[in-house]
Design a protein around this ligand. Sequence first.
Ligand code: URP
Ligand code: ZN
Ligand code: ZN
Ligand code: ZN
Length: 483
Amino acid sequence: MSKVIKNGTIVTADRTWKADVLIKHDKIVGIGPDLHADHEIDATGCYVLPGGIDPHTHLEMPFMGTYSSDDFESGTRAALSGGTTMVIDFCLSQPDGSLLDAIKMWDNKSTRACCDYSFHMAITWWGEQVFNEMPEVVERGITSFKHFMAYKGALMVNDDEMYSSFSRCAELGALPMVHAENGDVVAALQEKLLAEGNNGPEAHAYSRPPEVEGEATNRAIMIADATGAPLYVVHTSCEQSHEAIRRARQKGMRVYGEPLVQHLVLDESEYANADWDHAARRVMSPPFRDKQHQDSLWAGLSAGSLQVVATDHCAFTTEQKRTGLGDFTKIPNGTGGLEDRLPVLWTYGVATGRLTMNEFVAVTSTNPAKIFGMYPKKGAITEGADADIVVWDPEKTKTISAKTQQSAIDYNVFEGIKVKGLPKYVLSRGEVVVDDFQVKAKPGHGQFVAREARGPVSTALSQWKEITAPRKVERSGIPASGV
Ligand code: URP
Ligand code: ZN
Ligand code: ZN
Ligand code: ZN
C-alpha cells in the first residue's frame, strides 16, 4: 500500500522546502508537489523530518550487578514516541569472552524491538581471539568498536589495549569509540572520598571532575592519531573534552564529539538536592556539569566541532539506584532520555535560536547516519531511503512526566520540563507507529541494520596516513664506525 505525507515542509540537514513525500512499502519513492496515494497523512502546519537516530543506548545492559530496566521493547517504544526511529546499542562480551557470542546475546535481546537498531561492539579486553574475531564483526555490519577508559576492574581497557584495538580498527576501516574518563584517577578519588565519609550521590560528581574527562579525551585522540584511526568520543560533557576535540579537528584529525541532551540541559546542582533519590537518579558518567560547560557544548553544535546529540539511555529504577545507599560507587550509573531527546533539544535549541532546524536534523539524524555508515538509507528524506519519517508539530506542547512516559522506570530526569514541538506522526520503514500523537509501536517490527565499513572519512584518512607515513632515508654511503 502506498502512503503520502501531504502539505508539510520538509526539513533535512541542508534544506527546507514544501513538498509531499510518497512512500511505497518501506521506502520513500517520490518527493514533490501534489502527490497522491492510497492513504494520506496530513502534515499541514508541520515539519517533515528524517526519523531521529540515537547512536548511544544501553537497553537491558548488564552493568554494576544489575540490568538496565528498559529492554529493547520498552526502550524502542519510548524512542518512537519521541520521534527516534533507530537506536544503536552496545554489545558487551563476557570477561575474556567471544565477540561473536556477544552478538548472539544481543540478537536475542532485540527480537521484540519496535524500531530499527544496530549494534556497536564493546572491546572490554584484548587478546588474539578479539583480534581474530573483529573482521567477522565488521562483516556482520557492526563497524564501530567502543572502549571504556573508565570503570576500572570491570569494562575498562588500558592504553596498550586501545592502541592494539584502534590499529585493528584502522586496518578494517572501522570506527573506534571511547568513553573518555581517566579510570585510574576516578578509582583513586572514589576511594579517597569514601574514606573521608563523602558517600552520597554528590560525591559521584566530585570523583569525576572535568579534567579527568579532558585528559582521557586528549589521550584517546593521541592514540587514534598514532594508529591512523578516526575517533568518536561518546558523551562529551565538558569544555575540557570539547576543547581537545576542537583542537584535534583544527589539526585535521578525524575526531567526532557527542554531547548528550541531558548534559546540554541539566547541571550539577541536581546532585545537591536534599532528596537522596533525586540526586541518585541523576548519577551517570560523566556527571552533570557546571552551567558554563553547557554553553561550550551548545556552541560546539552550532560551530560544527561537535556533531551528534545522543542520550546514552541506560535507565535504572529508584530501587536499583538505592543499591548505592551509603556508598555512591554502588549507584548504577545511567539516566534515561530516549523519548525526550528530540522535544527537549527542539525546545532548548531550535526554539531559542541556538540551533537551526537543519542543524537539529543534522545532529539528531543525518550526522549519526553518515558517521556510522548507513547514509542515506537512514538519516535522509530522499528517494530510495527507508521511510523513517517524523511529522513534527512545532506548536504542540507537553509537560514531561514519568506518569505518562513509555520508559519502564518510575521517574524522569526531565520531570516538569515543558516542551514545545512534538512528533504528531512517526513512520518506521513506512509503518505508522505514532498516529496523531498516539503510540502504536509494534514489538518485533524493528530490524537489524548492517552498517558499512570503510566510509569516505576512514578511506581518506588511511590514504593520508599512507602518504605521510615515516619512511626510512636511503643513504648511499655508510660512514665507518668509530671515525
Ligand atoms: O553512566 C552511564 N553513562 N552509564 C552507561 C554506561 C556508559 O558509561 O555509557
Ligand atoms: Zn491533486
Ligand atoms: Zn560511557
Ligand atoms: Zn553509554
